[in-house]
Design a protein. Structure first.
Length: 541
């Protein structure tokens, strides 16, 4: 009995003792399983995080490598573009150098030919041994020298008419009261017939004064600048959204009353420092007391670059001139008279502007066109293309490349660099830049003015040119249609055409440094006559 009780008691104790241990073991196993699950989950989450971080690092490295490659490609493109630009600039500078050497050859070639002929006639042994007397040989040298150095003067003295044009030198007008008053006020017929250039031919009259002036500035012995300084003013354009670049020069004596505003339109790639502009400043500003305003070509020369290349300089566009005249009229309430003076290409633009007739603002009392043209056929004249254009066009191409090289298509640079004529510059530069696509003939035809257009001129207008102009060949600038406009059945009563035998292009020099008392007197007298005509017209109204 006791044994049975003891066994039962032992069994109970064992059951009691081992049951908790099993539970604890099971709890431990569950905890281990949970910890393993947690550990596995932790490892999985860390693995996902590590894989995501690794993927992010790989993408970052890939992007960095791609960015580095793009940067390298961009740098390579920039280096190539800079190298190509340097090469194209060198080509344009070489063309410019050759063009300027051609111009200098125009100065040297004739004296060299004369020296060769004179040596042959005077120093040749065969001629010395011949029966020709010495005075005959000397006369032959003199005649040949005159024929080579001054052909226009020679044929004029010999009594032969100039064969380069059908229009003779002189003054042409309709015979109206205003045109007669203008010619009498200026003594125009006498001045034009008696004027003789300081130099022997048109090439020398055009080139030598510029060379002498630049050399004087380089050495430091040139004429001193006026006391007043040029003031740059940017006016907003109402048509293009760009700015109209103007340089102003006000009278030195601010207490004196200003007579008016003289707006000057320079020629191709010209500006306020051009020699012909200084001729205007010397008389109209320093003596007559007019304010001078020089209109710069949009985006060219010293003018700031345009924001939109489509608004780049267009020689057939006169919107900047219209905005400038409107600004002057509104600023002065129309009280200040405005005289418009154009030189070369500026005269061509001004002629188109004056053909608007009554649409021209009333403050404009007159205009003067110096060495202009009514027909653009002269731009294809072989002598102009082979000499002067080869020095003018590369300079313009260099200006365009220096200001807009980073904004131009790389395919345009070679065509710009090789351009040596207006046709190549327009087709290879101006039209692709502005987005135009017509041929050169259509582009040049926009600058032509018909006799019907000239009859619309409503203000006194003086057109001045020279027979020996080496740039604008008189037979190709439309002089015949201008004379037809003043002598036709319905004549232009406000247009006066003056043609001199000598004078060259835009200068008419009567001294070695290029100053022109002839041009200064005509400009001052024309301004006074135009103002008087406007006052008489206002009183009659």
């Amino acid at each position: 009995m006791r044994r049975e009780q003891k066994c039962i008691h032992t069994h109970t104790w064992v059951m009691v003792m081992f049951t908790p241990c099993r539970r604890v073991q099971s709890l431990r196993e569950e905890r281990e399983r949970e910890s393993k699950r947690a550990f596995i989950g932790l490892m999985v989450s860390r693995g996902i995080h590590w894989s995501h971080a690794l993927r992010t690092d790989l993408e970052t490295e890939r992007r960095r490598d791609a960015g580095a490659e793009e940067t390298k490609e961009t740098q390579i493109k920039e280096v190539r573009h800079a190298h190509d630009l340097t090469v194209h600039r060198m080509v344009a500078r070489r063309n410019l150098l050759f063009g300027r050497l051609k111009l200098l050859s125009l100065l040297v070639a004739r004296p060299a030919i004369v020296a060769t002929v004179a040596w042959f006639l005077l120093a040749s042994r065969r001629l010395k041994e011949s029966c020709l007397p010495k005075w005959v040989r000397r006369c032959g040298v003199a005649i040949i020298t005159m024929m080579i150095l001054a052909p226009a003067k020679f044929w004029r003295l010999a009594g032969f008419p100039n064969s380069s044009m059908s229009v003779k030198s002189g003054v042409y007008h309709s015979g109206s009261e205003q045109s007669k008053f203008l010619c009498e006020k200026l003594n125009l017929s006498k001045r034009c017939s008696l004027f003789r250039s300081f130099f022997l031919n048109g090439d020398w009259s055009t080139i030598l004064p510029v060379v002498v002036n630049k050399f004087s500035r380089f050495v430091g012995c040139g004429s001193q600048a006026p006391r007043s300084q040029w003031c740059r003013t940017m006016l907003p354009s109402t048509t293009t959204g760009e700015f109209v670049c103007t340089d102003w020069l006000f009278p030195p004596n601010r207490a004196a009353k200003c007579k008016g505003v003289c707006v000057v339109l320079p020629g191709v790639a010209g500006g306020k420092d051009a020699l012909y502009i200084q001729n205007v400043v010397e008389r109209m500003h320093n003596v007559a007391g007019w304010s001078i305003c020089c209109l710069q070509a949009r985006g060219m020369g010293s003018a700031p670059p345009v924001h939109d290349l489509k608004n780049f300089f267009d020689p057939n566009d006169s919107s900047d001139l219209a905005d400038l005249v409107s600004f002057i009229s509104s600023s002065t309430s129309g009280q200040a008279p405005v005289i418009l003076v154009g030189f070369s290409l500026g005269a061509i633009q001004l002629g188109k502007f004056m053909c608007r007739g009554t649409a021209v603002p009333k403050s404009v009392v007159g205009s003067m066109l110096v060495s202009g043209a009514f027909d653009m056929a002269f731009s294809e004249w072989w002598r102009y293309k082979e000499t002067f254009q080869k020095a003018i066009v590369p300079d313009m191409a260099l200006q365009i490349m220096n200001q807009y090289a980073q904004r131009l298509d790389s395919s345009l640079l070679p065509r710009l660099a090789r351009a040596t004529s207006y046709r190549e510059l327009v087709l290879g530069g101006l039209q692709p830049i502005t987005g135009r696509s017509e041929d050169y003939e259509a582009f040049a035809a926009e600058g032509n003015v018909t006799s019907y257009d000239l009859r619309k001129i409503d203000r006194p207008t003086l057109f001045l040119t020279a027979v020996d102009d080496p740039l604008h060949e008189p037979g190709l600038i439309g002089l015949e249609r201008a004379i037809e406009a003043v002598h036709g059945p319905e004549p232009s009563r406000k247009l006066v055409v003056a043609v001199t035998d000598e004078g060259g292009h835009v200068l008419w020099p009567d001294s070695f440094d290029g100053s022109s008392n002839f041009l200064q007197c005509i400009l001052e007298g024309f301004a006074e006559a135009a103002v008087m005509t406007a006052k008489i017209k206002h009183e009659q109204e």
